[in-house]
Design a protein around this ligand. Structure first.
Ligand code: GAR
Length: 199
């Protein structure tokens, strides 16, 4: 039986598309839900165009009440009964009360070589730190922000004159290769670390 995958997004959903593209007939997993916290997330239309069920839990309707937002999220996810949840550019912080309910089943992609540069503005911060390398990480989600066991990393070199946008433009295609590769292994029960070294 294929593993059921729910993908959580907030924006354009290019990582979601990369994951979905990879889940062909021979893949051990299948997408069963794409869920956004923002009705304007461009990825929702892309998922619909691919015939994947979508949902939106608009966090703005739960302003000041994170437990209610997370309860709605949890119930939408439970309906889809996923074996694996992929956070793919999902830009809401999830509390330990929520993550503990899905621990061991939830993955995230983060645009830095964790544990460096948790949180936001990772490309800017990597430049400010004078890094010679930068990259992205897929990890299991725990109650700790951008913490949790590392499952795979992709690394690029930082070039003289690089801007945050330059780094983002070179790392995003690495994300699109790394995340599907990690998800496939995860769906097969493999937990070893994957390393992709880029340019
Ligand atoms: C990606 O670069 C992803 O790593 C990052 O947001 C972007 C989403 O792009 N995620 C985070 O910063 C999470 N903290 P996408 O919507 O095109 O996949």
């Amino acid at each position: 039986m294929k593993k059921r995958v729910a993908i959580l997004i907030s924006g354009g959903g290019s990582n979601m598309e990369a994951l979905v593209r990879d889940m062909d007939e021979s893949h051990p997993a299948e997408p069963v839900l794409v869920l956004a916290n923002n009705p304007n997330a461009g990825g929702l239309a892309k998922a619909e165009a691919r015939g994947i069920p979508t949902a939106c839990i608009d966090h703005r309707l739960y302003k000041g009440d994170r437990p209610a937002f997370e309860a709605a999220l949890h119930s939408a996810l439970e309906k889809a009964a996923p074996d694996i949840i992929c956070l793919a550019g999902f830009m809401r912080i999830l509390t330990p009360a929520f993550t503990s309910r899905w621990q061991g089943k939830m993955l995230n992609i983060h645009p830095s070589i964790l544990p460096l540069f948790r949180g936001l503005h990772t490309h800017q911060r990597a430049l400010e730190a004078g890094m010679a390398v930068h990259g992205c990480t897929v990890h299991e989600v725990t109650g700790e922000l951008d913490g949790g066991p590392i499952l795979g990393q992709a690394v690029i070199g930082v070039r003289a004159g690089d801007t945050p946008d330059d780094l983002a433009a070179r790392i995003l295609p690495m994300e699109h290769r790394l995340y599907p590769a990690v998800l496939k292994r995860f769906a097969l029960g493999e937990r070893g670390k994957l390393a992709h070294l880029g340019g």
